[in-house]
Structures are given as C-alpha cells and as structure tokens.
Write a protein that binds this ligand. Structure first.
Ligand SMILES: *[C@@H]1O[C@H](CO)[C@@H](O)[C@H](O)[C@H]1NC(C)=O
Ligand SMILES: *[C@@H]1O[C@H](CO)[C@@H](O)[C@H](O)[C@H]1NC(C)=O
Ligand SMILES: *[C@@H]1O[C@H](CO)[C@@H](O)[C@H](O)[C@H]1NC(C)=O
Ligand SMILES: *[C@@H]1O[C@H](CO)[C@@H](O)[C@H](O)[C@H]1NC(C)=O
Length: 279
C-alpha cells in the first residue's frame, strides 16, 4: 500500500472518529408534562476530546453548556433557559447535569410556554468542539384536569384474591412524573403511575384517586367494589359446615349413649345377650 494511501485512510478514519466522537443523546425525544408539575429531560453527551489543526492534535475542553427553547442551534446570543455562563437564569430550569457527560435538565412548575422543543448545546474552548443535537426534546404541556384512572378490564368489581392493577393516565403517559395514590381521601404509601392491589380483601373496596406529587389536582375518583361472589361466601360455607359437623357428632354420641343404655337394660334382664353386645 502506498504511503499516501495509508495517510488518506488514517485521515478518513480520524474524520469518522471525529464525527462519531461527539454525541448528545436524548433518551426521550418527546415527553408530556402536566401544567404545574416537574418534568425531567434526560440527556447524555460525549464531547470531542481533541481535533487536528493540520499539524498537531489540539485537546478540547467543554467550557459552556446551555439549553434553549425552540431554537435549532442555540448558539451566540440566542436566549437560553439555562446557561452555565450566566447567573441570570430562571430557577424553574434546573441543570442536573455536569460539564462532562450528563446534560439532564429539569423543569419545575411547568408552564404553558414550556410546550416547546428543548435542545442542548455544548461549547468548547475552541469552536471545533461546539455541538448541538438538533433533534431536541419536544415537551407537550397538558392540563391536569384530564387525569383519570383506568383498569385493564373495565369491571368495577373484583373477586377476593384477585390482583387488580389501576393506572393513572392522562392525555400523556407519566414515565417521568411522580404519581401518588389516595384511597377515600387518604394517601397510600404506593407511588408510580400504576397501583397494584394484591391480594384483594373487602377492605380494598373504596374510591381511588391519583395525583401528581406536590399537586392539589386529583383525578376523578375510581370506585372499586368487592364482589359478593362464590369466593366472598367462603366463611359462610365454613360456618355452615361446622354447625352440620357438630350436629352429626351430637347425634352419634346420642345413639351410642342410647345403645349403651339398652345394653345395660338387657344385662340386667339376663346374661344371654351380654356377649352379643360386647362384639
Ligand atoms: C441526536 O439525538 C438523537 C435522539 O437522542 C439520537 O438518536 C442521535 O444519535 C443524536 N445525534 C448525535 C449526533 O448525537
Ligand atoms: C444525570 O444526572 C441526574 C441528576 O443527578 C441523574 O438522575 C441521572 O441518572 C444522571 N444520568 C446519567 C446517565 O448518569
Ligand atoms: C403545543 O405544541 C404542539 C406541537 O408540539 C402544538 O401542536 C400545540 O398546538 C401546542 N399547544 C399549545 C396549547 O400551545
Ligand atoms: C365513593 O363514592 C360514591 C359516590 O361518589 C359514594 O356514594 C360512596 O359512599 C363513596 N365510598 C366511600 C367508601 O367513600
């Protein structure tokens, strides 16, 4: 292989490495947020380590990270919702990331104006290291009033011992929101978008509601009622069986007692039948 060929190959490989070296990954490119809630936009990034200025490799260092709303590049004087170089930022936007790999952004007290696409940008100590992933994360803001509870089967009743799963739903899913549950107005210890009730007892009957953590808005109540089916009558059946058993025992004892008395009477009358009885 000629020398220039090898050089070309190396430059090509370096170019490839450079292109794949810098990334910004948004695990969710779209998410839903209920107004007033907190939403987290997960994000990870890999900065370019260095670049070639023609003679040598110049190392790069990330000096600025920022997030913009509805801007493709998020460069220069574009207004940012978060900017590591600026002290004058809205406290609703919390940067949970760092300057190395994590670019997670959290939005608190979501407002209608957050119904937008958010993009992360990294800036290095040389423009060669600047990068914005234009994909971004699209946040859809919805009203909390649309929350409701659903169940896989549309049955409001349940049988004893059955596992029931209730889901807290809205126009959007809540994979990033903290959901709490209430039963007859009292908070349950369970968290998460689904509530698993297992095994069922009559005490599980009641009106269930779900809410977003730290929010006053609740879903419509969902009434779950214990079914008075075959399973529900188990104690009654056991009770009846017990009474019947007692009666049978009493009857048997009564018969034995009568037979013994009859035998005693025969013994008193004459010895002949005594042997028969002892058989
Ligand atoms: C941009 O983000 C999308 C979504 O996370 C991802 O699939 C893609 O690979 C990213 N591109 C770069 C160059 O980081
Ligand atoms: C990024 O930081 C946030 C907040 O500290 C954390 O919850 C998340 O797990 C981190 N992500 C990664 C990929 O390390
Ligand atoms: C929210 O943004 C979507 C596009 O992402 C748009 O279709 C919708 O009309 C917006 N809703 C409001 C209330 O601005
Ligand atoms: C559940 O709600 C219904 C109607 O909203 C009411 O009649 C019932 O008493 C409630 N049950 C409990 C246990 O609060």
């Amino acid at each position: 292989m000629a020398v220039w060929d090898k050089n070309l190959l190396w430059s090509f490989m370096f170019l490839l490495a450079g292109a794949v070296g810098v990334t910004v990954i948004y695990p969710f490119t779209s998410t839903c947020a209920v107004r007033g809630s907190t939403v987290t936009l997960p994000c990870t990034f890999t900065p370019l380590k260095s670049f070639s200025d023609g003679q040598r490799e110049v190392p790069l260092k990330i000096v600025r990270v920022r997030w913009c709303k509805n801007h493709e590049i998020c460069q220069g004087s574009t207004p940012s919702v978060y900017d590591s170089n600026s002290a004058n930022i809205n406290s609703r936007y919390q940067y949970l990331g760092d300057m190395k790999t994590n670019c997670t952004l959290q939005i608190r007290d979501v407002q209608q104006g957050d119904n937008a696409t958010f993009r992360f940008r990294m800036e290095a100590d040389h423009p060669q290291g600047h990068f914005t992933n234009k994909t971004g994360v699209t946040v859809t803001v919805v009203d909390s009033t649309k929350m409701r509870i659903i169940r896989s089967s549309d049955d409001k009743k349940f049988s004893r011992g059955e596992t029931v799963t209730l889901l807290c739903a809205s126009v959007c899913t809540f994979h990033q929101l903290e959901v709490t549950w209430l039963k007859d107005g009292h908070a349950l210890s369970e968290n998460g978008s689904s509530l698993r009730l297992s095994p069922q007892t009559a005490e599980d009957s009641g009106n269930y509601t779900c809410a977003l953590k730290n929010m006053k808005t609740l879903s419509e109540p969902y009434s779950l009622q214990a079914e008075a089916g075959a399973g529900g009558n188990l104690p009654l059946i056991a009770g009846v069986l017990f009474v019947v058993l007692l009666a049978v025992i009493a009857l048997v004892l009564f018969i034995i007692k009568r037979k013994l008395r009859a035998a005693e009477g025969q013994r008193a009358a004459g010895g002949e039948t005594e042997l028969k009885v002892s058989y």
